[in-house]
Design a protein around this ligand. Sequence first.
Ligand SMILES: [Zn+2]
Length: 85
Amino acid sequence: MKCLDERIIELYVLGDNEIIRRKRSIEAHLRHCQACREAAAAMSSFYADVESELRRDAELPAKALTRTVPNAVFARQPGPPTLYQ
Ligand SMILES: [Zn+2]
């Protein structure tokens, strides 16, 4: 099965209305794809951080945030395990 687009994972994590119809197939994919599951988990914890940041700094423009967050999430993913051994 083709992997999920990071934008799709993002919308899924955010519970976006656009994604509601695809929710079942996304969840089916997440069940057997560790890479996408980890991406979704990283994104979801990142958004939890962002939300608590926003409570402290309500002036951060939402539009800039949606553009920069996906890259930031993937930049936070750990590299190949061999680098850390
Ligand atoms: Zn996948």
